[in-house]
Design a protein around this ligand. Structure first.
Ligand code: ZN
Length: 175
């Protein structure tokens, strides 16, 4: 069967799904919202979104809206204690991009370039040359509620399947 040019009717493995979402924490505060920009595009079945969201997306059709509440274990993980790490202030992306002009303060969520790629961390303490950061993901330990609108589906290309992620608008861009 040739499925190359058929538009998938529901989200399943090897489908690229485009969706908008609003994310609320347990207190009901809005944490993230995609609606100001293009929909997010991801390749389903490859762990490109947190497990709890990916499970809830399975089988959904374009135009469908739903709400799902995700526990930390199915989200950004449980908070680890003693995850403090000292990093040179010049390794912070915010510091690099502002050429040292930005004032780094405790409580700020900053991006650090690590061997595993860019990571979001929270500043705990600021020294002259180093900062102590908490390496837990800022949403670790949080129960999260997603309001999702499925916008559009398409079959993934061979290169997307071999890379394990979506390409093009809302997806992954290669240099
Ligand atoms: Zn790729």
């Amino acid at each position: 069967m040739n499925t190359e040019n058929t538009t998938p009717e529901a989200i399943t493995k090897n489908v690229v799904a485009m969706f908008h979402y609003t994310l609320h924490n347990e207190a009901g505060d809005e944490v993230e919202n995609s609606r100001a920009g293009d929909p997010i595009a991801y390749l389903h079945g490859y762990g490109n979104v947190i497990p709890g969201l990916e499970k809830a997306m399975e089988g959904k059709a374009p135009g469908e809206s739903f709400e799902v509440t995700v526990a930390p274990e199915e989200g950004y993980g449980v908070r680890q204690e003693n995850n403090s790490q000292r990093v040179p202030i010049k390794h912070l992306m915010e510091w690099q991009e502002s050429k040292g002009k930005v004032k780094i303060r405790p409580g700020m969520v900053v991006a650090v370039n690590t061997e595993q790629g860019v990571r979001q961390v929270t500043v705990v303490k600021v020294g002259k040359f180093n900062v102590d950061v908490d390496t837990n993901h800022p949403l670790a330990g949080k129960t999260l509620t997603f309001k999702v609108d499925v916008v559009e589906l398409r079959a993934a290309s061979d290169s997307e399947i071999s890379h394990g992620h979506a390409h093009g608008p809302g997806g992954h861009h290669h240099d």
